[in-house]
Design a protein around this ligand. Structure first.
Ligand code: NAI
Ligand code: MG
Length: 498
C-alpha cells in the first residue's frame, strides 16, 4: 500500500488515498479483520473515506513494533532524538495547507479561522519539543562525600496516546512530540470522527523517524482504545476526552499500575468586571467561547460572569459581532464558523439548547445565520446561542455542552462571583477581564483552574503547562515540565567510591 507524500491540496482526493488504512510498524495497513467504518464530511453528511476498524490484533502489531523500535531509539543521544523530532516539525510545516484542508473536511472546522491555524501549531509543537532534548537532565545529590549520588531521566517505554476529534493535530503533537524526545515510542488511537489528518501526519513523520517508533490506529473506544490501554507492554497512557471515558482509562491503568495523564474538559468561567476594557473583553469572550469552532473546546469560556452594570451592553456587543460572522462551508475562505463534528454531538448540543429554553428565567439569543447553500442542507450547523437570565446552579451552566452555547450570568459582588466561578466540578481554565491589577492578582490566586488568564484569551502555547484540576484531569501537557514528569522515570544512582 503506498500513498504519495507529495503535497495534495485537494482534501477529497487525499481522504480517498488514505481510505481504509492505519500506519503501523512503518507502513500502511488495513485492519487485520478487513473491517472499516465511514468517515463523513460534517458539512454535507457525505462519506469521504473509510477508516479501519482496528481491534486487539492491530494493537498487538503496533505495540510489538513500538517496543522493538523504542529500545534503539532510547540509545540515541538525546539531542539526536531532538533533531529528528524537530525535523518532523520542519517537514510537517511544508504540509500546513494540505493538513489544514484535510482537517477542515473531516471535522467541519473552518479553514481560515481554525483548521489552518491548528495545522501550523502542530508543526511548531514538534520544533519546540525537539529543542528540549538537552533538558532531559538529572541532578547530583550531596548525600555523602564518598558517594556519587545522582539522578537520571529514563523513558517509560511504549506510550499509548488516545485523542479526541476536536483538535486532533494539536493534541497528538503535544503528546507525541514530548514522549518521543524523552526516548519513548508512541502508539496513537485516533478519534473515530477524525482519523484521516492524524494518519497523514503519521505517514509524514515516518519519513523522518525509525520504522515502528510512531504508529497510529483508527478505531472505536471499546474495541481499539481499551486493548491499547490494557496491553502489558504499554507503560504509560495519555488521554484527552470526556470525564466518563477518562475514568474508564484511569481504572484500566490502575489495574496495570501504570501512570496516566488525563485531560478531561471543563466549564470554564470568564469574569468580566465593570472596569474592563469593553472592546477587548467582547473580542476575548468571543474568542474564549470558541464560536468559530462551534464551541467544541475543552477550554471554552462557556460560563461568562458579567458585572450587572455592563451586562446589557456587553451582551449587545457580543451579539453584534457574532451576528456578523459567516457560518458556512468549512473549506470556503469566507467562512468564520464551521460545523459540529457529528450527528451524535449535534443531537447532544440541540438537547442542551432545549434544556436552556426550559430553564427558569432564561432568555435565548440566537446568533449569526444558517448557511443558505443547498449542498449544506444536511450539515451539522447550529446557530450560536447565548442564554442570559440564568444562574450558576442551572444545568446548562454546570454541564459541559461542547457546542456553541454560552451562558451569561450577572454578578454584583466580587467574592460571590469568585465563589460561583469555583462552584463547578471542573477546573481547566479561567479568565478575568479588569483594569484593576490588584483585583486581577487576587482572582488569579483564588480561581480553581489549571490555566488562568487576565485580559487575554490565548489557546495552548508551547512551553505553557496545560492541564486542569478537579474533574478536568491529571497532569500537564505542552511544556518541559510535562515531558519530564509525564514521559520519564527518575532513577537514583548511588556509586560508593570508598
Ligand atoms: P470520548 O471521551 O468518549 O472519546 C475520546 C477518545 O477516547 C476517542 O478516541 C474514543 O474513541 C476513546 N475512547 C472511548 N471509549 C474508550 C475506552 N473505553 N477506552 C479507551 N478509549 C476510549 O468523547 P466523545 O464521545 O468523543 O465526546 C463526548 C463528550 O466528551 C463531548 O461532548 C465533550 O463534552 C467531551 N469531550 C471532551 C474533550 C476534551 O478536549 N477534553 C474532547 C472530546 C470530547
Ligand atoms: Mg464517547
Amino acid at each position: 500500500m503506498s500513498v504519495s507524500t507529495s503535497i495534495e491540496l485537494d482534501p477529497f482526493k487525499l481522504a480517498q488515498a488514505l481510505s481504509g488504512l492505519n500506519f503501523v510498524a512503518g507502513a500502511f495497513h488495513p485492519a487485520a479483520s478487513g473491517k472499516t467504518f465511514a468517515v463523513n464530511n460534517p458539512a454535507t453528511g457525505q462519506e469521504v473515506a473509510r477508516a479501519p476498524f482496528s481491534e486487539k490484533a492491530d494493537v498487538d502489531v503496533a505495540v510489538a513494533a513500538a517496543k522493538k523500535a523504542q529500545k534503539e531509539w532510547a540509545k540515541l543521544p538525546a539531542r539526536n532524538r531532538g533533531k529528528l523530532v524537530a525535523e518532523c516539525g520542519r517537514v510537517l510545516s511544508e504540509h500546513v495547507e494540505e493538513l489544514g484542508r484535510l482537517i477542515a473536511l473531516e471535522t467541519g472546522k473552518a479553514l481560515r479561522t481554525e483548521s489552518r491555524i491548528e495545522a501550523s501549531v502542530l508543526a511548531d509543537m514538534f520544533v519546540f519539543f525537539g529543542g528540549l532534548a538537552s533538558e532531559l537532565k538529572g541532578e547530583t545529590v550531596p548525600f555523602h562525600p564518598d558517594m556519587m549520588t545522582m539522578t537520571v531521566r529514563e523513558p517509560v517505554g511504549v506510550v499509548g496516546a488516545i485523542i479526541p476529534w476536536n483538535v486532533p493535530l494539536l493534541l497528538m503533537a503535544m503528546k507525541a512530540a514530548a514522549a518521543l524526545v524523552a526516548g519513548n515510542a508512541v502508539v496513537v488511537k485516533s478519534a473515530e470522527e477524525a482519523p484521516l489528518t492524524v494518519l497523514r501526519v503519521t505517514q509524514i513523520m515516518n519519513t523522518v523517524l525509525p520504522s515502528g517508533l510512531f504508529s497510529i490506529l483508527a478505531g472505536f473506544g471499546p474495541e481499539c482504545g481499551a486493548p491499547l490501554v490494557e496491553h502489558p507492554d504499554v507503560k504509560k497512557v495519555t488521554f484527552t476526552g470526556s470525564v466518563e471515558t477518562g475514568k474508564i482509562v484511569y481504572k484500566a491503568a490502575a489495574e496495570k499500575l501504570i501512570p496516566v495523564t488525563l485531560e478531561l474538559g471543563g466549564k470554564s468561567p470568564m469574569i468580566i468586571c465593570a472596569d474592563a476594557d469593553m472592546d477587548k473583553a467582547v473580542a476575548g469572550a468571543i474568542a474564549g467561547m470558541r464560536f468559530t469552532r462551534q464551541g467544541q473546546s475543552c477550554t471554552a469560556s462557556s460560563r461568562i460572569f458579567v458585572h450587572e452594570s455592563i451586562h446589557d451592553e456587553f451582551v449587545a456587543r457580543v451579539r453584534e459581532k457574532v451576528d456578523a460572522m459567516v457560518m458556512g462551508d468549512p473549506l470556503d475562505e469566507k467562512t468564520d464558523i464551521g460545523t459540529i463534528i457529528s450527528d451524535g454531538q449535534f443531537d447532544r448540543v440541540k438537547s442542551y439548547i432545549a434544556l436552556g429554553r426550559e430553564t427558569k428565567g432564561a432568555t435565548e439569543i440566537v446568533l449569526s445565520a444558517m448557511p443558505t447553500d443547498a449542498k449544506l442542507d444536511k450539515g451539522f450547523f447550529v446557530q450560536p446561542r447565548i442564554f442570559t437570565g440564568i444562574t450558576n446552579n442551572d444545568r446548562i451552566a454546570r454541564e459541559e455542552i461542547f457546542g456553541p452555547v454560552c451562558c451569561v450570568i450577572k454578578w454584583s459582588d466580587f467574592d460571590e462571583v469568585i465563589a460561583a466561578a469555583n462552584d463547578s466540578d471542573y477546573g481547566l481554565a479561567a479568565t478575568i477581564w479588569t483594569t484593576n491589577l490588584k483585583m486581577a492578582m487576587d482572582a488569579t490566586r483564588r480561581l480553581e483552574a489549571g490555566f488562568v488568564q487576565v485580559n487575554q484569551n490565548l489557546v495552548v502555547q508551547p512551553n505553557l503547562s496545560y492541564g486542569g484540576v478537579k474533574a478536568s484531569g491529571l497532569g500537564k501537557e505542552a511544556s518541559l515540565e510535562s515531558m519530564l514528569e509525564h514521559f520519564t522515570h527518575k532513577k537514583t544512582i548511588i556509586i560508593n567510591m570508598q
